[in-house]
Ligand binder design. Structure first.
Ligand SMILES: Cc1ncc(COP(=O)(O)O)c(C=O)c1O
Length: 453
């Protein structure tokens, strides 16, 4: 019989899969180390088990003990599998940025989940670093894992993932690229690969909102680099001991939007249903195109599975809310679709300035097309009217005809956004769209600004 004695024995030996489409602009072969084949669906199963076994070996973790960790979910899943098989309790401290699926999955495998706010300083008592440490102090017979500084994290990847990649590429790997969070993956694999061949290049992928890239390049820990971001699993506002900056040759930063868009592309173009940091990793690699030659053999590591991001990256509403859906706004009709149901507010040439001011206030708008019996005859803008009113309050009783500016240009529904934006200038703040049913609608510079992602 050929079987594993328990689920932990199925960790590792994940496949290396050639990428065929998404990398078509690169000159060389690219292979993905697809880590969602691990039983907990991420690379983190490896280091979680290593950390537990090392802690058992030196007595930090005792029988019946409670494992406590601040984890973004994947390490928690790995720890949960180890806890189930080995009979420990597990408390996972997680930030509210993490997907709900990740929290539900952790609960499903028996972990107690404590949720902390994302946007607080690491030293803040509410931060997930502080809460995990406090829980560890307060819980009897507990062991605080600390994946950031725990050397077993790097060790697992040095002992397993590195050799797997080396053997699977027959020692031909020339470049390894991966997203960096705690640093365990890149440091362990990077160290192993460089020991086999010092010429192998190790590239780290960082996010905007994280300190790694600048620290690596300048040695400066710049707090200005820290702000909140969406990508889960990579980038930090601290320097974990597991990030061995000396083995990383270069960091490239990838935006949240690119990470999400490229994550979707991996599913559609390669059939690889992976998580957001894998989108960052592949986009980071494409950003490094100029450094690659035809004979190079690149390995990119995909940390986890897309199933943990169903409510996020693979949800159109979530993507749309953040402006991550590409090329959605292409024509004039797209620009007005959010307010097309509202009537076009106009003023007649013979109405008074006070009427226009009243409409500007009532509808909270900034510009009004002026009409006469033949159609659009001019336009009035709030700033011009209010400025004129300040100089001469009597202007309120003058007819619009005497103060109006030029009529707004008219485009049709299919006019491209690029053409529409050219018509919006300092002198002209709006464009009218002919809806071809005798009606018109207005596009303002705010519609154009809102369409920029
Ligand atoms: C989805 C995901 N991607 C990337 C990483 C980064 O890996 P490492 O912590 O080994 O640097 C993690 C780690 O938490 C992760 O969960």
């Amino acid at each position: 019989m050929n079987y594993a004695k328990n689920i932990l024995e199925t960790i590792g030996n994940t496949p290396l899969v050639q990428l065929n489409h998404i990398v078509k602009d690169l000159p060389c072969k690219v292979f993905a180390k697809v880590e969602y084949f691990n039983p907990g669906h991420s690379c983190k199963d490896r280091m979680a088990l290593q950390m537990v076994e090392d802690a058992e070996a030196d007595g930090r973790l005792k029988p019946g003990g409670t494992i406590i960790e601040g984890t973004s979910g994947n390490t928690g899943m790995g720890l949960a599998l180890a806890a189930i098989v080995k009979g420990y309790k597990l408390i996972c401290v997680i930030t509210d940025k993490q997907s709900k699926e990740k929290m539900d999955i952790l609960r499903a495998v028996g972990a107690k989940v404590v949720v902390c706010p994302t946007d607080v300083e690491p030293e803040d008592p509410r931060s997930y670093y502080s809460v995990s440490k406090r829980l560890a102090e307060e819980t009897p017979n507990s062991w605080y894992v600390n994946q950031y500084d725990n050397p077993s994290n790097t060790k697992a990847n040095y002992l397993q993932t590195g050799p797997e990649i080396w053997n699977q590429t027959d020692g031909k790997v020339t470049h390894f690229i991966v997203g960096v969070g705690t640093g365990g993956t890149i440091s362990g694999i990077g160290k192993y690969l460089k020991e086999q061949n010092p010429d192998v290049k190790i590239w780290g992928v960082d996010t905007y909102g994280s300190v790694f890239k600048k620290y690596h390049e300048t040695g400066i820990f710049d707090e200005n680099e820290v702000y909140s971001y969406v990508t889960e699993g990579i980038g930090e506002d601290i320097l974990p001991k597991n990030v061995d900056f000396s083995i990383i040759d270069h960091f490239t930063k990838v935006t949240d939007k690119d990470a999400a868009v490229y994550c979707r592309k991996l599913a559609l173009e390669e059939g690889l249903f992976v998580g957001m940091s894998s989108g960052s990793a592949i986009k980071g690699l494409l950003q490094m195109k100029g450094e690659l030659k035809p004979d190079d053999v690149v390995v990119v590591l995909f940390h986890d599975s897309g199933s943990r991001y169903i409510g996020k990256i693979f949800n159109d509403d979530w993507m749309r809310e953040r402006g991550y859906l590409e090329d959605e706004v292409v024509t004039a009709a797209d620009l007005i679709k959010n307010h097309i149901d509202k009537p076009l507010v106009t003023v007649r040439t013979e109405e008074l300035v006070s009427h226009a001011l009243e409409r500007i206030r009532k509808y909270k708008i900034s510009q009004i097309p002026v009409i006469d019996k033949d159609g659009f005859a001019g336009s009035v803008e709030d700033s011009d009217l209010f400025a004129a009113y300040m100089v001469d309050a009597n202007i309120a009783e003058k007819p619009i005809r005497e103060v109006m500016g030029k009529p707004y240009p008219v485009v049709n529904r299919k006019t491209k956004v690029a053409e529409v934006s050219k018509l919006i200038t300092k002198e002209n703040n709006a464009v009218l769209v002919d809806l071809e049913n005798g009606k018109f609608h207005i596009i303002t510079k705010y519609d154009i600004i809102n369409s920029i992602k």
